[in-house]
Design a protein around this ligand. Structure first.
Ligand code: TEU
Ligand code: CA
Length: 538
């Protein structure tokens, strides 16, 4: 049966294919490796997978620099291998979302090669070209996320081109209808091939200010503050003009119309914007553009407090009550959350339970379910150009991209049968391999399976509204309400035990398998640290 709302509350497992499973011994994960491991993913009980880019690419940004949107890079396999991913996943009841990087291409994409060849070729206007200022400097002060000016001089055209990321990732010009139509054609190509949806890279970067106005400087008192940490030079400006522009909505609506013909859904990544949640509301309300936006609020910073989570959830409600977030703690760009938040096993379990009870959809990043810590890599090991640029202030993204560990008894954790892997497999990861966790009832892996199953048993957790959101001290609580169910959820996000008073009315205790606490004889609920209480209205 086709449920057009399948994405609402879905649990999405993110695969970084380069590091998931190698099938041919070259030390790099590939699509046949994904096929091989799909039964494991099915054993988690997730609804969908999101596969990071596997398209033809010179791999300067490990696939986020695409040189052919409609083919598979030979490193990852063939289109036939991709068809096998779809077929196997669907047979296991898993939907497939692919990662479309539409904002920019690789500089080796034929479109860019043509565009840079002259100022009057057929694709001259497909990228964002601009003349230098009279003194030869870039057209404006926009900065690249990956450091330096967002403008790169081209000695052939004698003009600058815009790049928000690496200089080898030129930004497509979304103010050109031919560009938009070609990209819609790319989406259609994959929908026809059977994908169920997209993770859309950096959707708030699609359009840019056509007048190329300078961004205003950030007020001095905000520099180096929480909203503007010094590590990322981009945050020295308020992004008034370069991104998150209303013109994006026009393209997103066209894409949404196309997807609705296929029952497909998308999660849009809104990156590097202080107004992230406001934009999330703008893009997802009505669910006719992108259905979900990927929220960064739980992907950075220190261990979230009850107050912080409550404020974040409330902000989503305030900006768009019918908007829809997709939450994640970890991904291929950030320090794994076990390390970032320095979580004990009990805390890791508590946060997994919370993720499965939040209003929104949820992404789990490969290895998160094993409790993998961030790999501590030496400078010589680094592959990520972002890390190499900013070392040692910022160590880059390789520490969360090391290979998945499958088998503690095999070399390189069973990731590859070859003698090498593209990034090292940390020794301390081996003890956390799937083979070990599977046989250890206390392993985090089983908790993830139980928490995912729990979410799927309760439609209020998947699709319900959010009511009575509160943070008092270290306790976060809310109710989730659907047409058929009402659930009360509380969790102690602090280090010390606390007592709470259960809500009035008749409630049944559920979630024992998640270590949820139950009311005592005195009527109070005693929450150990990181312990939830989950009650179902009767
Ligand atoms: O990331 C976009 C994004 O918002 C980045 O600023 C992110 O915060 C950065 O990687 C720092 O951690 C997406 C992809 O997830 C990333 O892997 C790509 O490198 C980037 O787009 C460019 O395509
Ligand atoms: Ca391989």
């Amino acid at each position: 049966a086709k449920d057009p709302d399948w994405w609402r509350g879905a649990v999405i497992y993110q695969i970084y294919p380069r590091s998931f499973q190698d099938s041919n011994g070259d030390g790099i994960g590939d699509l046949l490796g994904v096929v091989h491991r799909l039964p494991y993913i099915a054993s988690l009980g997730v609804d969908a997978i999101w596969i990071s880019p596997f398209f033809t690419s010179p791999m300067k940004d490990f696939g986020y620099d695409v040189s052919d949107y409609c083919d598979v890079d030979p490193m990852f396999g063939t289109l036939a291998d991709f068809d096998a991913v779809i077929e196997t996943a669907h047979a296991l009841g898993i939907k497939v979302m692919i990662d479309l990087v539409l904002s920019h291409t690789s500089d080796e994409h034929p479109w860019f090669k043509e565009s840079r060849s002259s100022r009057d070729n057929g694709r001259a206007d497909w990228y964002v070209w601009a003349d230098a200022k009279p003194d030869g400097t870039p057209p404006n002060n926009w900065l690249s996320i990956f450091g330096g000016s967002a403008w790169q001089w081209d000695s052939k055209r004698l003009q600058y081109y815009l790049h928000n990321f690496l200089t080898s990732q030129p930004d497509l010009n979304f103010h050109n209808d031919d560009v938009q139509n070609s990209l819609l054609g790319v989406a259609r190509f994959w929908l026809e091939r059977g994908v169920d949806g997209f993770r859309l890279d950096t959707i708030n970067f699609y359009t840019h200010d056509a007048e190329l106005r300078d961004n205003p400087p950030l007020p001095v008192e905000q520099r180096g503050s929480k909203i503007a940490p010094d590590v990322n030079p981009y945050t020295w400006q308020i992004h008034l003009y370069d991104k998150s522009r209303d013109e994006n909505l026009i393209f997103l609506k066209k894409l949404g119309d196309l997807m609705s013909d296929y029952n497909a859904a998308a999660v849009g990544e809104v990156g590097d914007d202080q107004r992230g949640l406001e934009i999330l509301g703008q893009y997802t309300k009505g669910a006719d553009m992108v259905q979900m936006c990927y929220a960064f609020e739980l992907l950075s910073g220190s261990t979230p407090s009850a107050g912080y989570v409550a404020e974040t959830l409330q902000a989503v409600e305030d900006f768009a009550p019918d908007g829809w977030a997709c939450w994640a703690y970890s991904n291929h760009d950030v320090i794994r959350h076990i390390s970032r938040w320095n979580l004990s096993p009990a805390a890791a379990r508590g946060f997994a339970t919370l993720l499965m009870c939040l209003k929104g959809s949820a992404c789990i990043y490969q290895g998160e379910e094993l409790g993998l810590p961030e790999a501590d890599l030496a400078f010589e090991d680094l592959q990520d150009p972002y890390g190499i640029e900013f070392w040692p202030e910022f160590k880059g993204r390789d520490g969360c991209r090391t290979p998945m560990v499958w088998d503690h008894d095999r070399a390189l954790g069973g990731f590859t049968s070859g003698g090498n892997s593209w990034l090292p497999v940390p020794a301390e990861h081996l003890g956390l391999a799937v083979s070990k966790a599977d046989n250890d009832p206390g392993a985090l892996l089983h908790h993830y399976r139980r928490a995912i199953a729990f979410r799927h048993t309760h439609t209020a957790l998947k699709k319900g509204t959010l009511e009575d959101l509160r943070a008092y001290g270290q306790v976060l609580s809310f109710r989730r309400v659907s047409e058929t169910e009402e659930i009360f959820f509380a969790i102690n996000l602090g280090e010390h035990p606390v007592n709470i008073t259960p809500p009035k009315g008749d409630w049944m205790e559920i979630g024992a398998e998640l270590n949820a606490a139950h009311p005592r004889l005195d009527g109070q609920i005693h929450l150990a640290h990181w312990q939830p209480s989950i009650l179902l209205k009767v």
